[in-house]
Write a protein that binds this ligand. Structure first.
Ligand code: SF4
Length: 392
């Protein structure tokens, strides 16, 4: 079993966000009490209906949704930063719809699943999920700054468990050492960047010490929901553990705030490849113009739009999901209109954890006798003729 750095219980997280009720839990580690301090952001996250009512003019649907979320469902937490991006009066605001609960979360539709990616079934060690031969997912914490209403892991995030205890991590590390075929570890959660820096670095260092692990991917929404977390201190600590890839998650250009610009610039300047995974969400970003603006904005900030994910069929998210054809039609509109570096892959993560499948518009019109007729983005038909040689 691995020797793990000893971490004091007080180092578990920066500021505990309760699963429900009021926030404003004090942190002994806060040195500055300003909005620019991520600990302040965590302590002042909105987690109660009263605080939400003060910040936004709520619709009946949102009020009922917030009440339900706090009482029985998937908890509410919105950082002051993310709340500042929400339109105070408009419930259709694309940022607001991602973080403010709706009463429709109580509705389960055909195909909804509690654990859509079968992560529990593919758990090979505590908090370690392996669905592919060469990579594994480490669920480092259950906590996030903002609980996104479409979250694939709504079954577990915000449950109050916090960061993964050392004993569980040790078992996960032993598994990685015993399985050298795993070369890529995705550290996710929850959001691992809500962990205290020393605790996060200790965890990453332990993963990095597994000889067969080549890349570590850090999956975080902090550049979007709490960009104040990307401090120079954090970046200095993480860059010692390169290669680390940052997988972030912007869904709408409205989320590209000035604070996010600073966070992204710090990460990219420090040599972290930053990749973005957007989730296609009904009424939030499910049109080509909205996504074009987002993808162009990301590329300008040196962030690669990597995946456009079909929303997973998480129970209670039917109102946020789109039919598969919607994503294909959007990709067809963006093909040729957007530079290749701004064009993500459209992906369906198949229910049950069977793996990701890329979806493409069908550009093949006919095929036979070594000739394939292709349809271009302008709608022209062009023949591609195969070479006559079949031998190498
Ligand atoms: S930050 Fe990620 S893990 Fe946390 S609620 Fe949002 S989508 Fe889920």
């Amino acid at each position: 079993m691995a020797m793990l750095p000893v971490l004091a219980a007080s180092e578990e997280g920066a500021a505990k966000v309760p699963a429900s009720g009021q926030s404003h839990v004090g942190s002994t580690r806060s040195t500055r009490s300003t909005r620019a301090d991520w600990r302040w952001q965590m302590r002042h996250a909105v987690t109660s209906l009263e605080a939400l009512e003060k910040a936004l003019v709520l619709s009946d649907d949102e009020r009922a949704g917030a009440r339900r979320a706090i009482d029985e469902g998937f908890p509410l937490s919105i950082t002051p930063h993310y709340l500042s991006l929400c339109d105070r009066h408009d419930p259709t605001c694309p940022v607001r719809r991602q973080c403010v609960p709706s009463a429709r979360e109580a509705i389960e539709v055909h195909g909804d699943l509690r654990d859509p990616l079968g992560e529990e079934e593919h758990e090979v060690a505590p908090g370690l999920v392996q669905r592919y031969p060469d990579r594994a997912l480490l669920l480092a914490t259950d906590r996030c700054g903002v609980y996104c209403r479409f979250c694939t892991r709504s079954r577990m995030v915000g449950d109050g468990g916090g960061a993964m205890p050392n004993e569980r991590l040790a078992v996960a590390l032993s598994y990685l050492r015993a399985h050298p075929e795993v070369r890529d570890v995705i550290v996710s959660g929850g959001d691992p960047l809500v962990m205290a820096t020393d605790r996060l670095v200790a965890l990453l260092r332990a993963v990095r010490a597994v000889p067969s692990v080549e890349t570590i991917r850090l999956a975080t929404r902090c550049p979007v929901t709490m960009p104040q977390r990307v401090t120079p201190e954090l970046v200095r600590a993480l860059r010692k553990l390169h290669p680390i890839w940052i997988m972030t998650h912007f869904n709408h250009a409205k989320e590209l705030s000035r604070a996010s610009d600073v966070a992204l610039r710090r990460l990219v300047d420090a040599g972290f490849p930053v990749m973005n995974q957007s989730v296609l969400l009904r009424g939030i970003n499910d049109d080509a113009d909205t996504l074009e603006t987002l993808f162009r904005g990301l590329v300008r900030r040196r962030v690669r739009p990597y995946y456009l994910l079909q929303a997973d069929p998480v129970r209670g998210t039917g109102h946020l999901r789109t039919p598969l054809e919607a994503g294909i039609a959007i990709m067809e509109r963006l093909q040729g209109r957007l530079t290749g570096i701004a064009l993500p892959k459209l992906i369906v993560d198949t229910p049950g954890g069977k793996g990701k499948v890329p979806l493409l518009p069908d550009y093949v019109e006919a095929r036979g006798n070594g000739v394939t007729t292709l349809r271009t983005f302008r709608g022209e038909r062009v023949d591609y003729v195969d070479p006559p040689f079949t031998e190498p």
